[in-house]
Design a protein around this ligand. Structure first.
Ligand code: HSE
Length: 436
């Protein structure tokens, strides 16, 4: 049978990895797909640049429109990133009746509802396994492998750069800025690293995971997003002393009142498997009502791990080229007319346990004032440690763990604590999850 012709948009790290994997495993991939898969055309900003792949046999151009409009191309692989040119090209490819494979989390999280509706109308597939957690087949696992389940919650380490930074801070006592610079040098970080450290990249990925887990539309603007920039080496060490690890988690949970969608630093018990996912690796824990907890682990970024997901999508697309578009796996796991508009809970209504770090003057009665504020709001304390006074002044760090409480109550408590004359700095607060 005639091979399927693929056009690539973007020949950077993931594009180069995709060319290499498709070439190296061509025979095995054709045996799986039932047809050969060949990259015939590729668009790159600078076609004379040195690459990690051999582009012999691929027609190169600087104009992505030439690829998207080429009648001989069956599938377009979008690896440009962002939601400017990439969106324009994906929309145009679908309009031209081409299937699309993309690794673009921002594009899917922010414009996926519109893109999938357009694809549905044109009878084409838009596959996006590589958009979440790099090489881990988490989209396929949730969308197909767990299709029997009512998903209750999921929690994931879905930004490798953030995890690398937190791991280095813990293992080597390094400072945040120093580790971030290294992550950028190693090529893990987004073009704009604030996307990694402020949680935006993780929020894009969580938006996608929540949609396919719960059968809801993509709602990036409703994700509560907090980054890792305020965490200090001391916080990492205090958490360890209390038996916890700080991880930057994306959490999506179904509750009776609505769905929680949140990305923030989280203390989790150090003995949990996911607490031991270190460096640039990603991991997602998914709890289904029938299967119980399931855990997925692997490389969340990098040339070939991400190419692994891109090529798997290509194989899927090729296998379904001749099937009735109405009988394909739906883009968002649930049939498009069966998505539910379940409300997303405002963060103030979310209930979690808390880690608090206060900087308090070392004098009698301060701790009593703090515990009274918590007690009056019915917030129960689980553990307290007080550190030695610092050498610069007479203040002491007090670390408290609380039991579960609604966020709005904790906000009130923190406001009252910060108003005490003996509390000298803003209270550092992190949420805690037992992930049981
Ligand atoms: N910047 C991302 C990360 C790359 O660090 O996880 C993969 O999406």
């Amino acid at each position: 049978m005639k091979p399927v012709n693929v056009g690539l948009l973007g020949l950077g790290t993931v594009g180069g990895g995709t060319v290499n994997v498709l070439k190296r495993n061509a025979e095995e991939i054709a045996r799986r797909a039932g047809r050969g898969i060949v990259i015939t055309h590729a668009a790159a900003r600078d076609i004379s640049k040195a690459r990690i792949c051999d582009t012999t046999g691929i027609t190169l151009t600087t104009d992505p429109r030439e690829v998207v409009d080429n009648q001989d191309i069956d599938v377009v692989v979008e690896l440009i990133g962002g939601d400017g040119l990439a969106k324009e090209m994906v929309v145009r490819a679908i309009e031209n009746g081409k299937h699309v494979v993309t690794a673009n989390k921002a594009l899917i999280a922010r414009h996926g509802n519109q893109i999938f509706a357009q694809a549905q109308k044109k009878g084409v597939m838009v596959a996006f396994e590589a958009a979440v957690a790099g090489g881990i087949p988490i989209i396929k696992a949730i969308r197909e492998g767990l299709a029997a389940n009512r998903i209750e919650w999921l929690a994931g380490i879905i930004n490798g750069t953030g995890n690398f930074i937190l791991t280095e801070m813990r293992d080597k006592g390094r400072d945040f800025a120093d580790v971030l610079a290294e992550a950028q040098k190693l090529g893990y970080a987004e073009a704009d690293p604030t996307y990694d450290v402020e949680g935006i990249d993780a929020a894009h990925k969580l938006t996608i995971l929540a949609a396919i887990a719960f059968g809801i539309p993509l709602q990036f603007d409703k994700v509560y997003t907090e980054g890792i920039t305020r965490i200090t080496r001391e916080d990492v060490a205090y958490a360890e002393q209390l038996g916890y690890r700080i991880k930057h988690l994306g959490v999506a949970r179904r509750t009776a009142a609505g769905i929680e969608l949140r990305v923030h630093p989280t203390l989790i018990p150090a003995r949990r498997l996911i607490a031991n996912v270190d460096g640039v690796m990603n991991s997602v824990l998914v709890k289904g009502d029938a299967v119980g907890p399931t855990l997925y682990y692997g490389a969340g970024a990098g040339a070939e791990p991400t190419a692994s997901a891109v090529v798997a999508d290509l194989v899927d697309v090729v296998r379904t080229l001749t099937s009735d578009p109405n009988n394909r796996v739906p883009h968002l796991a649930f049939q498009p007319d069966a998505l539910h508009d379940i409300p997303i809970l405002p963060m103030a209504q979310v209930e979690t346990a808390y880690y608090l770090r206060l900087q308090a003057q070392d004098k009698p009665g301060v701790l009593a004032d703090v515990t009274r504020i918590l007690g009056d709001l019915d917030i129960s304390i689980e553990a307290v440690i007080q550190k030695e006074p610092s050498e610069q002044d007479s203040s002491v760090a007090v670390i408290m763990l609380t039991r579960r409480v609604r966020e709005e109550k904790m906000n009130q408590a923190i406001a009252h604590i910060e108003a005490l004359a003996a509390i000298s700095a803003p209270v550092m607060r992190m949420r805690m999850e037992s992930l049981k």
